[in-house]
Design a protein around this ligand. Structure first.
Ligand code: MRU
Length: 363
């Protein structure tokens, strides 16, 4: 991704070769601030406080968090404690567990003196793979967009609705749901993106709009509640979202509000696609109801952040003093409402047979 004329990934190593740098996403879109993580505690804080977010990037940050822990102390107890600390940061995104277990499998059999170097090599591999995976999701998703565009006559831009941020900021590069959109835009297929603001944290309004704008992709931010009307009026041609965890039976857990969009899409015959890497599939679960849903601070509902007229990022209160609030951060869209899953290996029905067809080796 190009920012201010420079190519960035969303996570990288500092010049010293061991500290980890990320973009502090809590400051976007108003300030581009790079945060440097020098301990597993800092990596855990970056995930918990959502300086980094998005399932694949959470996984990549956790992988580097383990590297930072092993650099300080490469013993078994340190490895176990670091894994526990990281796994406890956010419960829903399965990529976190996937990444931590992947690194543990690589380093645990090694003598402690070799672990840190091996962990850094594996974390770098994981990040490179994420980029390649998302580029492949982009290609498969592009075919879906192209087909829909032709089906609708191919005369006007394809109007795509997305929820939350499943762009390059949520991954190491490219994004999942936004990868096909970038490929379409770059390849000359005209698109216009409806960006759900995505209350309470506004990842759509703040992050997706910023990314799309930086890339020159036409878009309009809409209030979360606008999607139903837009679909009813035939102004949405296709929905595409990311996911934090998809069960082997195709139930899709994603940012709160996704389910309502899937319901509206079904009611109005709008195709509803989910883009995901294989690392987001939870093969241990079938029923989406068994996915743990993160409950975040009610303050994210009662308060909101923005830039004040003096240009400072500030927080204001929305609700009456003392009004209680509840903040479930994700919901589950049943497989029956999903038109297809777009993965790095191709597009499949949202079902166990569909996923097993693409990932026959999964256990
Ligand atoms: O709470 P967040 O911002 O981490 O939630 C992110 C999402 O819901 C994304 O859609 C999901 O992680 C897919 S990211 C490629």
């Amino acid at each position: 991704m190009q920012i201010h004329g420079r190519a960035y990934r969303s996570i990288w190593l500092a010049e010293d070769g061991w500290r980890v740098q990320v973009i502090d996403q809590t400051r976007l879109p108003h300030e581009f601030r790079i945060a440097t993580l020098d301990s597993v505690q800092a990596a855990a804080q970056a995930i918990r406080d959502m300086w980094v977010r998005g399932a694949p990037l959470i996984g990549a940050t956790a992988a580097y968090g383990l590297c930072l822990a092993l650099r300080q102390d490469s013993g078994d107890a340190s490895l176990a404690a670091a894994a526990r600390l990281l796994l406890d940061t956010r419960p829903t995104a399965i990529n976190l567990r996937w990444a931590v277990e992947r690194l543990q499998r690589v380093v645990a059999p090694l003598p402690p003196a070799e672990r840190a170097a091996a962990a850094y090599a594996e974390a770098a591999r994981l990040c490179d793979e994420d980029v390649a995976t998302n580029a492949a999701i982009g290609e498969h998703g592009l075919a879906v967009l192209r087909e829909r565009w032709r089906e609708l006559g191919g005369e006007r831009p394809l109007r795509i609705l997305t929820h939350c941020n499943a762009g390059w900021l949520a991954t190491v590069d490219w994004g999942t749901a936004l990868a096909p959109i970038y490929k379409a835009h770059d390849g000359g297929l005209p698109v216009m993106v409806w960006v759900d603001e995505t209350r309470p944290r506004n990842q759509g309004a703040a992050l997706t709009a910023w990314e799309l704008g930086a890339h020159g992709v036409p878009h309009q931010v809409v209030a979360d509640n606008a999607g139903g009307l837009l679909m009813q009026r035939g102004e949405v041609d296709l929905c595409i979202v990311g996911t934090d965890r998809t069960t082997r039976c195709g139930d899709v857990c994603n940012k709160i509000g996704t389910y309502l969009k899937a319901l509206a899409a079904r009611a109005h015959d709008v195709p509803f696609y989910v883009a995901l890497p294989g690392s987001t599939i939870d093969w241990t679960l079938c029923a989406g109801a068994d996915i743990p849903i993160e409950e975040r601070s009610p303050r994210e509902v009662t308060h909101i952040h923005g830039k004040n007229p003096q240009g400072r990022i500030t927080e204001v209160q929305l609700t009456p003093d003392g009004s209680p609030a509840r903040n479930p951060a994700f919901d589950v869209t049943p497989a029956a409402l999903v038109s297809g899953l777009i993965t790095e290996r191709g597009v499949c029905p949202a079902s166990e047979a569909g996923l097993r067809g693409l990932y026959p080796e999964a256990t």
